[in-house]
Design a protein around this ligand. Sequence first.
Ligand code: ZN
Ligand code: ZN
Length: 347
Amino acid sequence: MKALVYHGPGSKAWEDVPDAQVQEPTDVVVKVDTTTICGTDLHILQGDVAAVTDGRILGHEAVGTVTEVGDAVRGFSVGDRVLVPAITKCGRCEYCQRGIPSHCQTVGGIGWIFGHLIDGTQAEYVRVPYADTSLYAVPESVTNEQAIFLADSLPTGYEVGVLAGGVRPGDTVAVVGAGAVGLSAVLTTGLWGASKVIAIDSNKFRLERAIEFGATDAIEVGPGTVSDVVGLTDGLGVDVAIEAVGYPETLLTAASLVRPGGTIANVGVHGTPVELPMQDLWIANVKLTMGLVDTVSIPTLLKMVASGRIPAEKMGTHSFTFDQIDEAYDVFGNAAANLALKVVITP
Ligand SMILES: [Zn+2]
Ligand SMILES: [Zn+2]
């Protein structure tokens, strides 16, 4: 089979590799019908993720068809159309039982293993461990081009942004950063009855998409960003500020937007320390949440996509085939300039 193989910082190749096969009785093999690229894949290619070594097949998101089933698998059969999520869970360790499979101890202490600790989904076939507890059957009314975004970006915006932020009916919500994950938060914040969803970005294309995805207001980053956003509230700031970038300055922006008693939900992947104005935040009873996605909201999101409440397909702006995967990386790597959100990659 062919797959996208990592060969150290800045180097990858679509090349022949040994076929994926069942290794444990709890495994299945899935033929990848649709995959995509995540910002994390770009970090890996920059050499930021030391655990990913030369020879690893990249990718942690897929929709596909089961082609081989281990002896112990009960819930899936050959031919089933399945969603392969970013997080693998054994279902039995303490963290899985607490509903935090992002720290599944059985699969290596971190639920994100595809394209990280084991071979990933940017391939013609992928081996999926703990299939019964990790895979999701895709309802007939949900297309591959919708389901693919439920593997990582939509659950991340929803769980780490909207749910962790505790959005309630009537809340005002600011989303700092309207890339794929920020827009996923915008798409799902309305489900909790936010009265205002204010998207903040420096890119006009993303702000237009944010309005299309359900934001009530779009603010282009500038010297007056904070007062512009606070001016859209009752003067005290937003109830929930979702940070979806991962830079010190964007987290500080989120911190300066939140009202007393509000929540900062950090979704962004940070690479450096951040100095927070704790002298102001403590006395304002501000909560700060953060974390790696668990993908436990996938069944909910699948239902909402199936019923038409979440137009997940809107996340996909560009389509490529496997043999164009380098081009797909180039487009996604400069997403804002290319007017791209997420790419859809198929055989
Ligand atoms: Zn990802
Ligand atoms: Zn586990």
